[in-house]
Design a protein around this ligand. Structure first.
Ligand SMILES: [Zn+2]
Length: 293
């Protein structure tokens, strides 16, 4: 099986080196606050443990007997990325939210996939799920969770940790794109507009919208975010590749999904509409603005 070499975003290394430098600088005065730091560490340990306990108790563990299609994707991609410590994967009911995450607890890796995101596999969009899984496995491979903990004293430097986190996201999008080129663009569009509307989105218009409406607040909101704006995550490289490789509805820019017509028919039944309306009423409004993936 062909192994994948991760192309690490150049700013990921730069910002992490800066965080190491600031951690060393703040290390000596930081010792004065050691009891508080230990207390914070203890609180994080307990809250993460409770979260993992909930996931293990209420989520659905993916295995060769449970959602085997997803299990196969994870095993295959772990081999390609040379990940030996294969994460435990759980499906979590999400009340309509589209998200996924990778985390780590006492040495074990975990992937949590929100159920609505996984459901696109039933619409024939395995490639989107492959993109999502590859992105999350990149976080595992690059050890992003623990790396952020090692340099937590540098959190005192404004914007730096967020900048590092955004660079990590670009690295992982790149891995997702490498392992699932076609799933990458539609995956990001899905996160942006949801399971029905993403097939209708004009990719070029979406990627240009920041330039068209550029403002201080767009820039500033990203600086305070751990994730880049979604419209920026469809890179020119992805767009060029999609233009060369995929089929288009009008010979220009809209990607046709192989299963688009099937998806549209299935999703316009009254019953489905009812379920979706119900889903929209679930969940906390704040969660809808959470960083994706
Ligand atoms: Zn991510």
């Amino acid at each position: 099986m062909e192994k994948i070499t991760i192309k690490v975003h150049k700013k990921e290394k730069l910002y992490y080196n800066l965080m190491i430098m600031f951690t060393i600088i703040f290390c000596v005065p930081g010792l004065l606050f050691l009891p508080y730091l230990l207390l914070i560490g203890f609180v994080i340990l307990i809250s993460t443990g409770l979260f993992i306990g909930y996931i293990k108790g209420s989520g659905v563990r993916v295995s060769k007997d449970q959602f085997s299609d997803l299990h196969e994707i994870v095993i295959s991609q772990c081999e390609k990325l040379s990940i030996k410590n294969v994460p435990e994967v759980y499906i979590l009911e999400s009340g309509g939210l589209l998200n996924a995450m990778a985390t780590k607890f006492v040495g074990a890796n975990y992937l949590i996939i929100y159920s609505d995101l996984y459901e696109v596999i039933m619409d024939g969009r395995k490639d989107i799920v492959e993109f999502i899984i590859a992105h999350e496995l990149c976080h595992v491979k690059r050890n992003h969770v623990y790396k952020k903990m090692y340099v937590f004293p540098s959190l005192i430097v404004p914007f730096l940790a967020h900048a590092y986190s955004r660079a990590c996201e670009y690295t992982c999008d790149s891995v997702g794109y490498t392992l699932s080129p076609r799933g990458a663009i539609d995956g990001i569009k899905l996160l942006a507009s949801g399971k029905r509307l993403y097939t209708k989105m004009d990719t070029a218009a979406y990627t240009k919208q920041i330039a068209m409406t550029n403002s201080f607040w767009i820039w500033f909101s990203e600086k305070l975010s751990t994730h880049p704006h979604l419209s920026k995550r469809i890179t020119p490289e992805m767009q060029r590749a999609s233009f060369n490789s995929f089929r288009y509805s009008d010979g220009k820019k809209s990607v046709i999904n192989a299963t688009q017509s099937k998806t549209e028919v299935e999703q316009t039944t009254p019953e489905t509409k009812e379920i979706e309306a119900e889903d929209k009423n679930k969940g906390d409004d704040h969660q809808r603005f959470m960083p994706k993936l």
